[in-house]
Each structure stands twice: as C-alpha cells, then as structure tokens.
Design a protein around this ligand. Structure first.
Ligand code: AMP
Length: 223
C-alpha cells in the first residue's frame, strides 16, 4: 500500500479523456483501496438492463449529466459509514456538480476527503484521446486504437469485447466538455476553499502521470 499508513480518500477531477479512469484504477490498486467510477457503475447497470441503468443510459448517450437526485440515490449507500468505501477510495467521475460535492461532504461527515486532484490536460489532447478510445464492455479497461489489446479487440484482462463507447460520438463529446466547464469546474473553487485541491499535469505517458499522482497523494498523507 504505497507509503501511506491509511488508504487515502481522494477525488480525481479532470475533463473527459484526461485519463482519470485509467489512473484511478491504478491508484486504487496501489493504495489497496476502492475505485468508484459512477460512469462505470451506470454503464454496468445499463448493460444489465436494469430500470435505473436504462434511464441513466438515455442521459449518457446524449452527453447529458444524470440528474443529481438519481446519482446520489445510487451511491449514497456505498459512501455511508460502514459501507464498502470506509477504508478509503478514489472517486472518478463523481462529484460532477456542486450540489453533488455538497452532498458528498454531508455523507462523509466526520471522515472528510484527504485531497482533490485536478488532472489537467489541454482540450486538443483529450479530443484526440476520446476519438481513439476503445473500452472493454465487461471490465471497462480503457484501450486506444494506437494501443489495442494484444488479440483481436478482446480485453487482455477479462476476455471481454473491446469497443467504442456509445457516448464517444462527436456531438456527445462536445456536450460533455461543455458541461464539464459549466457544472464541474465550479467544484474546483468549492474544494479550493477547503484547501483540498492539488493540480497535476496529466500530459505525458501513463507511468509518468501515475508517478506524479502518487507523489502528491503521499505528500498529502504524510503532511
Ligand atoms: P464517465 O464515464 O465518467 O465519462 O461518465 C459517463 C456518463 O455518465 C457521463 O457523461 C454522464 O452522463 C454520466 N455520469 C457519470 N457520473 C456522473 C455524475 N457524477 N453525475 C451525473 N452524471 C454522471
């Protein structure tokens, strides 16, 4: 478990395509804690065809945000004391609006966040990454057309089918980036007032970015 004596409680923010999903999974593994991606959770529900999943998919496919009440209804239980996220977590794609951030603080209560990382990547780069992004529909591992799985678009980790996400169309991506600026960027100010935000440069190869992330988390946890 890294250099930290207790697993960190981290929120990872960043535009679509900033590499949050990949890095959040690596960080959770490194610190022996839980990676919670609301997008992965919603996609899994949609694939299973649950009522909630099908409703969420309508918003997701058009690039819109799933309404706050629905999101909180689904994840409040995981975040509550005694739940699976009691021993730290890396949140990826949540919170995405200021009301969600306020609600998260309420649910966490006396076990507040340790830090909020803003993974910064320029828009031209995220557009290129999203255009080439391919995802395992079973375990959500992320690939790129330039770095495909080793065998015929079959996931190296689980053997699942690797394909383009339904919401990685040009229009939906534009909409998601617009909503990121409008709804998610204000969260950075909200957390900055609490002294929690650290900006990390997300440009470069995955290993370099991972090392930067581990360094800021270890520094914060040892402070
Ligand atoms: P992501 O995998 O994080 O890019 O999320 C995919 C889609 O799921 C988003 O474009 C939203 O439609 C929906 N979504 C994921 N997380 C949230 C959230 N915290 N609040 C609202 N919608 C969300």
């Amino acid at each position: 478990m890294g250099n930290c004596s207790k697993p960190p409680r981290v929120v990872l923010l960043g535009k679509q395509g900033a590499g949050k999903g990949t890095q959040a999974a690596r960080l959770a593994d490194h610190y022996g804690t839980v990676h919670l991606s609301t997008g992965d959770l919603f996609r899994a529900q949609a694939a299973q065809g649950t009522a909630f999943g099908l409703e969420a998919k309508r918003y997701m496919d058009s690039g819109d945000l799933v309404p706050d009440e629905i999101v909180m209804g689904v994840i409040e239980e995981c975040l509550a004391p005694g739940g699976p996220l009691d021993d730290g977590f890396v949140l990826d794609g949540f919170p995405r609006t200021v009301p969600q951030a306020i609600d998260l603080d309420r649910v966490l209560g006396a076990r507040p966040l340790d830090l909020v990382i803003d993974l910064e990547v320029p828009k031209e780069i995220v557009l290129d990454r999203i255009a080439g992004r391919r995802v395992c529909e079973n375990c959500q591992t992320v690939y790129h057309v330039n770095m495909p799985p080793s065998h015929n678009w079959t996931c190296d980790k689980c053997g699942g089918n690797v394909r383009q996400r339904d919401d990685d169309t040009e229009e939906a991506v534009e909409r998601r980036l617009e909503l990121y600026e409008r709804e998610t960027v204000p969260i950075i100010d909200y957390y900055r007032e609490q002294g929690l935000v650290i900006m990390v440069d997300g440009f470069g190869n995955g290993d370099e970015v991972f090392e930067r992330l581990v360094k800021v988390i270890d520094d914060r946890m040892q402070a």
